[in-house]
Write a protein that binds this ligand. Structure first.
Ligand code: PMP
Ligand code: GLU
Length: 392
């Protein structure tokens, strides 16, 4: 079969692939500990599920909604922004999408022409680079090292800027590193973007999942100029334990939002109506269950982080948000005779049943990712197996 050049240059998402491989082994009866996928292990809070049931029972979830999302949901996003960003929104500043992942795609499709460049700080979430390539854009990587807490500086961005640079991606708290940029760092980066007319794609999806007194500053709150230059991606997947519902949204300049809405109208149409009604309740209803989940993630992080650093050859810096650990494992690889981190992760899976994600898909060839969005007993058992594996 002749497939398109477009699809042939594409990798399947390594996070989803790693989790599918682990699930397949589980189905064969293998004892697998899943530290792959970034999704809360909690079920959706009851009041949100009840709102969905009510929307079905009343019949209102039976129908198409506006392609760009229910007006009531756009208002709910506005209410959410008033509480968490300190500014309100008009409906033409919001588009609702089938997951934040599709908001990203619609954004890149709205902005990029062939050859346009997007600066991506590394390590980066797996889908950014492939979505950009799919659309004919060019990912340009700004290398964030573990020694620099995986953060990039204005000097680095400046060195990478060309006349084709259209977008800078900022994902803070970061998947996979859990690092958060400070307000000062963001201000410098935001002012650089304004001065160079580079759009900022702020992927704020982990903004509510921050721990141990760390604070998330949305870059769009730093000045009016920076806000105008920023398109925000967010959604209910991570914060509200709603990964399966597939509701994301984008907030920004009405011209970009209208362009993205056009793409939505010609591709997915509206995201599932029932999920949109659930999302309204998520954003505007009782937030107590959300805080309970955050506290649980924080406790797991504090318990598991020191243990991961006890594994010989694993060196992690303590994440401030999201729900991933991203240790450098160069020492462990050398000890086990591996030069390629993906081969190393496959060996770990084979030998121990611990399923992790290779850093290679995140642009980091000496790291691997462990998701701690799973129960503490599983995490502790995984660390024990990794210690035993390294001792062999
Ligand atoms: N951005 C980041 C950084 C993510 O980790 C995810 C997780 N899938 C997404 C966006 C997309 O989230 P979703 O499509 O589930 O809303
Ligand atoms: N964002 C999550 C992760 O990184 C979900 C999987 C995906 O969409 O890539 O594991």
């Amino acid at each position: 079969m002749k497939l398109s050049k477009r699809v042939n240059q594409l990798e399947a998402s390594v996070t989803l692939a790693a989790s599918a491989r682990a699930k397949a082994l589980q189905a064969q009866g293998r004892d697998i500990l899943m530290l792959t996928i970034g999704e809360p292990d909690f079920t959706t809070p009851e009041h949100i599920a009840n709102a969905a049931k009510a929307a079905i029972d009343s019949g209102k979830a039976s129908f198409y909604t506006q392609a760009s999302g229910l007006p009531e949901l756009k208002d709910a996003v506005g209410t959410y922004f008033e509480s968490h960003y300190g500014y309100g929104l008009t409906q033409d500043e919001v588009v609702v999408t089938a997951g934040a992942k599709f908001a990203l795609y619609a954004f890149f499709a709205s902005i990029l022409d062939a050859g346009d460049e997007v600066i991506i700080p590394t390590p980066y979430w797996v889908s950014y680079a492939d979505q950009i390539k799919m659309l004919g854009g060019v990912p340009v990587f700004a290398v964030g090292t573990q020694e620099a807490a995986f953060k990039v500086t204005v000097q680095q961005l400046d060195a990478l800027k060309t006349p084709r640079t259209r977008v800078l991606i900022l994902n803070s708290p970061s998947n996979p590193t859990g690092m958060i940029y400070t307000a000062e760092e963001l201000e410098a980066i935001g002012n650089w973007a304004v001065a160079n007319d580079v759009l900022i794609l702020a992927d704020d999806i982990y903004g509510r999942l921050v721990y141990n007194g760390n604070h998330f500053t949305p870059i769009s709150t730093l000045s009016d100029e920076i806000r105008k230059q920023t398109l925000i991606i967010n959604g209910v997947s991570k914060t509200y334990a709603m990964t399966g519902w597939r509701i994301g949204f984008a907030v920004g300049d009405p011209e970009i939002i209208a362009a993205m809405s056009k793409i939505v109208s010609q591709t997915t149409s509206n995201p599932s109506a029932v999920a949109q009604y659930a999302a309204i309740e998520a954003l505007t209803g009782d937030q107590a269950p959300i805080e309970a989940m955050r506290v649980e993630f924080e406790q797991r992080l504090n318990a598991i982080y020191p243990l991961v650093n006890e594994i010989p050859g694993f060196e992690a810096i303590k994440p401030q948000g999201a729900f991933y650990l991203f240790p450098k494992v160069r020492g462990a690889m050398v000890k086990k005779g591996f030069t390629d981190v993906t081969d190393f992760c496959n060996d770990i899976l084979e030998e121990t049943g611990v399923a992790v994600v290779t850093g290679a898909g995140f642009g980091a060839n000496e790291n691997l990712r462990l998701s701690y969005a799973t129960d503490l007993a599983t995490l502790v058992e995984a660390v024990n197996r990794l210690k035993a594996y390294m001792a062999k």
